[in-house]
Design a protein around this ligand. Structure first.
Ligand SMILES: [Zn+2]
Length: 275
């Protein structure tokens, strides 16, 4: 935050996290870059608004095919390409950017902005922040192609706070306008989140308030897999109990689970007892 209370900055370098997500999704090229940017956007929204909640960000093409990025509260992040669809998401054309999270009172917040053909994620995210969060901000996010799908991914949000005067806003706008593009910063003066933050706030007296770790990861588990199996009709579950072990792959992280009939049987019995 700047010492005059005018601006708050969140910076994130998400290269390793994005590589993990891209490897799990076996995706690369343009779609991989978009997913890496979407993950970064989800992290930035979570940290800007409420770090303790899960933010899900969806980038949807006209036919409803999508990329999904989850920023979970403990710094875990994961991505999904095209859940439930065979054909890939269109990389060009118009899209919708949808942001979902649960509010403290348990209700679901959902914000949607239209992303015009050719608009980048930074533009879409600024619109979202303004429309849905009433946060005026300057945002730069990018993913650069390279080994593992990306060679560098990251971005920042500069958020205007109520203390900001016209003069400091003009000074910040000027400074950001003259700053190297985010793509150059990520491979130059802003290779880490701390460096990026320092460069973006360079002319302004500021203090670093907090840092949070990030990594690729998932919330799946054997218990979750078995819980979802038990939501199937009971005839189907019975069939599984008489068959071979089930090999289940988590769509988000790629983790394989081998569920034997014995495991499923004891799990179901324990659930029946406790309910
Ligand atoms: Zn998983």
């Amino acid at each position: 935050m700047t010492m005059d209370g005018a601006f708050r900055l969140i910076a994130a370098v998400t290269t390793d996290t994005a590589r993990g997500a891209l490897a799990a999704q076996a995706t690369g090229d343009d779609l991989g870059l978009r997913l890496a940017e979407l993950l970064t956007a989800a992290v930035l929204v979570r940290e800007t608004t409420q770090p303790t909640r899960r933010v899900q960000m969806v980038w949807r093409d006209r036919r409803g095919r999508s990329l999904v990025a989850d920023a979970l509260p403990d710094g875990l992040n994961r991505g999904l390409v095209n859940p439930g669809e065979d054909a890939p998401v269109a990389t060009d054309g118009a899209h919708l950017l949808q942001v979902n999270y649960t509010l403290l009172n348990g209700s679901l917040h959902q914000g949607v902005v239209a992303v015009a053909d050719g608009d980048d994620i930074s533009t879409a995210l600024m619109q979202y922040m303004k429309q849905s969060e009433q946060i005026v901000s300057m945002i730069a996010v990018t993913a650069l192609p390279g080994p593992g799908g990306v060679r560098a991914v990251g971005g920042y949000v500069v958020q205007l706070l109520p203390e900001a005067t016209k003069e400091v806003i003009a000074a910040m706008t000027d400074h950001l306008g003259n700053l190297e593009p985010i793509a150059n910063l990520l491979e130059g003066r802003g290779r880490t989140a701390a460096e990026l933050a320092r460069v973006v706030f360079e002319p302004f007296e500021h203090a670093e308030l907090a840092t949070s770790p990030l990594r690729f990861g998932c919330t799946c588990s054997e218990v979750r897999v078995m819980t979802s199996i038990l939501t199937l009709p009971s005839e189907e579950v019975d069939k599984m109990l008489g068959g071979d072990p089930l090999e289940v792959r988590c769509d988000a992280c790629g983790q394989m689970y081998s569920i034997t009939p014995d495991m499923l049987r004891s799990f179901r019995a324990a659930r029946t007892r406790s309910s």
